[in-house]
Design a protein around this ligand. Structure first.
Ligand SMILES: Nc1ncnc2c1ncn2[C@@H]1O[C@H](COP(=O)(O)OP(=O)(O)OP(=O)(O)O)[C@@H](O)[C@H]1O
Ligand SMILES: [Mg+2]
Length: 250
């Protein structure tokens, strides 16, 4: 049974890479509109947003609290649906994918760090970090070795056997980043990945991410922290429902 399920999963992955257009763009968003609620309670959040990012680039998105950054990140992960416009990630038009294909897209094509980390309390940090590799069919022994290597890089090796509630908020956050990159995704979508970290740990995580970016992983980072933002190559501000690139940073 399990083998059949794995085969099915592999088929989905194969289908996704076949249908993904050969494009140099990691993200291509056009005329994106998204709001919440109905009638008087309606809030328009994204109002015809355009955004393009080349594969392997490193973009930061900043903007006031409530301006729609997490909404945009959820859309890029295929978690929230868009109302108008188009959204392509790694050449795949997300609204054309089935739920199954979207799940496969999330586990094989992108890495996600959510603003609230969503670590699995029933698993240790090590098991949490191993999880994405399980979905993409990596054998148990390699999963464990790779998870341990990444936990070491994030200075979490000695906490590997602890559960999320037994470690600090900053340690949970680092574990969430470790989990997101363990599968070597083409694109990392990270919503406030350093929000609970002190300056030293922020530097640590940002240097690790910069190293991964230099090896070809694209990154979209959302942050309020100008120091974390300074590691990115391009800076955008989300305001009034649209994204604007800030070109004169210095
Ligand atoms: N599920 C939802 N239902 C209704 N409104 C929502 C929902 N999710 C977000 N919103 C509203 O949409 C707007 C954008 O929220 P979002 O979380 O994207 O902001 P943000 O830029 O990520 O803010 P922060 O910097 O505080 O994380 C806010 O006004 C928020 O209240
Ligand atoms: Mg947010």
């Amino acid at each position: 049974m399990k083998r059949a399920a794995e085969n099915k999963e592999e088929l989905e992955v194969q289908k996704l890479s076949d249908s993904s257009e050969k494009t140099n763009l990691a993200v291509e968003v056009r005329g994106l509109k998204k709001g919440y609620g109905k009638g008087n309670a309606r809030t328009e959040v994204l109002k015809g947003l355009d955004f393009e990012m080349e594969s392997g680039d490193f973009c930061v998105i900043m903007g006031a609290s409530g301006c729609g950054k997490s909404t945009l990140m959820s859309i890029l992960c295929g978690i929230e649906q868009i109302e108008e416009g188009t959204c392509k990630v790694n050449g795949l038009e997300l609204k054309k994918l089935t739920d199954r294909e979207l799940a496969s897209f999330r586990s094989t094509q992108i890495g996600i760090v959510f603003q609230s980390f969503f670590l699995d309390e029933a698993r240790t940090l090590e098991e949490n970090v191993e999880m994405p590799m399980g979905y993409s069919g990596v054998k148990k022994k390699r999963r464990r070795a790779q998870a341990q290597k990444v936990l070491e890089e994030f200075h979490l090796a000695e906490l590997a056997k602890k559960r999320p509630s037994q470690v600090s908020g900053g340690e949970q956050q680092r574990a969430a980043v470790a989990r997101a990159i363990v599968n070597h995704p083409k694109l990392l979508i990270a919503d406030e990945p350093t929000g609970n970290l002190d300056e030293e740990n922020t530097k640590n995580v940002m240097e690790l991410l910069t190293g991964l970016n230099e090896n070809g992983m694209g990154i979209i980072l959302v942050t309020h922290d100008p120091y974390a933002a300074s590691f990115a190559k391009r800076k955008y501000v989300l305001e009034h429902g649209v994204l604007k690139e800030e070109r004169n940073r210095n």
